[in-house]
Design a protein around this ligand. Structure first.
Ligand code: ZN
Length: 154
């Protein structure tokens, strides 16, 4: 490519609008490219009827935007994964510390006929013990509560 046919970025800057419309932040980058790439760029630029430098700048800007989007996605994915981990951990924690009497709407006093354990304090309950059956709409095994674990009205 000869510099006469397509103005380089340096030419553009030298011929820059004296009113200073171009932002001063712009810098000139010189780089070597393979001849085949130059030929392709020139052909592409000719097709678009734009200077090669404009085409290269546009391609670079697109590439940077794509890279930005890619890193945004990666960051978003990491954030999502971290959030899921946090949520799952919270769920696990809640299921561990969950009050076993959650969902229990009443206690039925009765005398146990067989061994069991208090669902709350895990005290052993034996046949003949006065215990309370925890009544709940949740499916699951029958649960009993010892007299110490029954909520007391203060
Ligand atoms: Zn108990």
């Amino acid at each position: 490519m000869t510099q006469k046919e397509n103005p380089t970025e340096a030419d553009l800057q030298e011929n820059a609008d004296p009113t200073g419309e171009r932002p001063k932040k712009e810098r000139v980058i010189h780089t070597r490219v393979p001849a085949v790439l130059e030929a392709e760029l020139k052909k592409f630029a000719d097709n678009l009827r734009v200077p090669v430098s404009n085409l290269v700048r546009t391609i670079l800007e697109d590439a940077v935007a794509v890279a930005d989007r890619a890193s945004d996605k990666v960051e978003q994915r990491l954030r999502t994964a971290a959030q899921q981990l946090h949520d799952e951990r919270e769920k696990v924690r809640q299921s561990i510390v969950k009050d076993p009497l959650d969902g229990v709407y009443a206690f039925q006093a009765l005398v146990l006929n067989g061994s069991n354990e208090c669902v709350k304090c895990h005290a052993e309950l034996a046949a003949g013990d006065e215990v309370h059956l925890a009544l709940s709409d949740k499916p699951g095994p029958r649960t009993f509560v010892c007299s110490q674990c029954i909520p007391v009205k203060k």
